[in-house]
Design a binder for this molecule. Structure first.
Ligand code: BG6
Length: 473
């Protein structure tokens, strides 16, 4: 629809931004924190370790004051499982509880609504040693952790996100440092989807528990959604795009919202001899869980065509990242989109794809939506006078926010927008040099410099966007 008049953003729209614990906090071995998979992984050559990051663990008051200055209505951050339960299960670490109490209280002091991700790529190492998500006990490990969070923070946290990008952990786990397979694994694909099944059950239990324990709270999933376009109007290419959308996107939301497995994915897995085990009561558990909203991360879109070869799998799981073009065995083959520009780090820039995603998700699930990530990774430069000029980021964000307003006018129900990232932090696999924040952190890959915070041009721009509730766009 070409709208003649745009609807305004709702008054209650949650403008904010996101971070995750292992990428922003640092203090990875302090105050009783246990090790997570991120603390023991070998970081890619030429990129920083994850032990100091932006040091938000020690500087959260200063950072949250800056978020308040930007007029954030919400701050999406994750809780490190290993600060709360250093071994993943068992004894609670009071210092971890105290820390997040302080972070939450600091947000509330400025009327910033905490939007808490329970798990963002940082499985406790101790649990990985006990079989990680391959172990069916992982469902209870996560449910117990969720209960501890609800007991301790549920009086103040009203918005919860379960698992960040479960689809990326399943599809491209090695590059983001989350993949653990049993040493005797002989069928990798089956094992990955078994892990995925356990994660879905864990998420379902957390959603059920949240509603039982905290009647006023809202909870939702947070996958990475990237609409897949067909390469041509040939029906075969449309079928390939449907396959890709099912495998990459809808499997995760169908299960979270309807408690059902996507039929295309099940058929594909059976064909691949990768059908995982579902125990008798599992589907009931999935069905009982009802998210209140859908959170999703959006960075780009992709294009697919019918695969030439029905057997080959060209996806290199060891190299593919969150936005890599995937090629899945006989289901679809990826193509280049000639209409899109790319970021300095090779990800497509497709603001209109965000409107596509919003319309599609709303049509499929009829739930309010919050964008939990979206942003531009770039090489920012700190000038001698302390300024950082990032017009490219402003341009990127502006175009995406405009598409949100168009989607609102289309009839989509929107709760908020939390771009990635509130402040510079360490990328999943490309270091600090790939900066996303509104706030520049004065450090380099291997030189911690002053760690001082500097407001980028996008900081002031976003402050005005929020001040005008999106009216200045
Ligand atoms: C998302 C993740 O996939 O993308 C974040 O949830 C991540 O953790 C963000 O940092 C940007 O990706 P990258 O690889 O550039 O850090």
């Amino acid at each position: 629809m070409k709208h003649q008049k745009l609807l305004p953003f709702p008054e209650s729209f949650l403008w904010g931004a996101s971070t995750s614990a292992y990428q922003v906090e640092g203090a990875s071995r302090e105050d009783g924190k246990g090790l997570s998979c991120q603390d023991v992984k070998k970081v890619p050559e030429g990129t920083s370790e994850l032990d100091i990051c932006a040091d938000e663990y020690h500087r959260f008051k200063e950072d949250i004051a800056l978020y308040a200055e930007m007029r954030f209505k919400t701050y999406r951050f994750s809780i490190a499982w290993t600060r709360i339960l250093p071994e993943g299960t068992g004894t609670v670490n009071q210092k971890g509880i105290d820390h997040y109490n302080d972070v939450i209280d600091e947000c509330l002091k400025y009327h910033i609504e905490p939007l808490v991700t329970m798990y963002h790529f940082d499985m406790p190492h101790a649990l990985n040693q006990r079989g990680s998500w391959s172990n069916r006990d992982s469902i209870e490990w996560f449910a117990d952790y969720a209960k501890t969070l609800f007991e301790n923070f549920g009086d103040r946290v009203k918005y919860w996100l379960t698992i960040n990008e479960q689809n990326m952990m399943t599809l491209v786990g090695p590059v983001i440092g989350t993949s653990v397979l049993p040493s005797d694994c002989t069928n990798e694909k089956k094992e990955l989807y078994q892990q995925n099944h356990h994660m879905l059950l864990a998420q379902a239990k957390a959603m059920i528990l949240c509603h039982e324990m905290l009647p006023g709270a809202k909870i939702g999933p947070a996958p990475n959604i990237s609409p897949v376009y067909a390469d041509s109007c040939r029906a075969q290419d449309v079928l390939a795009a449907q396959n890709a959308n099912a495998i990459r996107n809808w499997l995760y939301l169908d299960a979270a919202v309807y408690g059902k497995y996507n039929a295309l994915v099940l058929s594909y897995l059976k064909e691949q001899n990768a059908m995982f085990e579902i125990q008798p009561d599992d589907m009931n558990i999935l069905k009982q869980a009802k998210p209140d909203f859908i959170g999703f991360n959006y960075y780009d879109t992709s294009v697919c065509k019918w695969p030439a070869n029905t057997q080959e799998d060209h996806t290199d799981r060891k190299k593919a990242d969150q936005q890599s073009r995937m090629q899945v065995d006989g289901a679809f083959a990826s193509c280049v989109n000639p209409y899109l520009k790319k970021t300095d780090f090779g990800w497509n820039i497709d603001p209109e794809g965000l409107r596509v995603a919003l319309r599609e998700i709303y049509s499929r699930y009829h739930l309010p939506m919050i964008i939990t990530e979206n942003g531009l990774g770039a090489y920012d430069v700190l000038e001698e006078d302390g300024t950082v000029h990032d017009p490219y980021r402003i341009e990127y964000l502006k175009k995406h926010i405009q598409q949100i307003q168009l989607a609102i006018t289309d009839g989509c129900e929107m709760l908020g927008y939390c771009p990635w990232s509130a402040i510079d932090l360490i990328s999943t696999h490309e270091g600090i040099k790939k900066r996303y924040g509104f706030i520049y952190v004065d450090r380099e890959e291997f030189d911690l410099k002053t760690m001082k915070r500097y407001r980028k041009d996008s900081f002031y721009w976003y402050q005005n966007v929020i001040r005008s509730n999106g009216d200045i766009l």
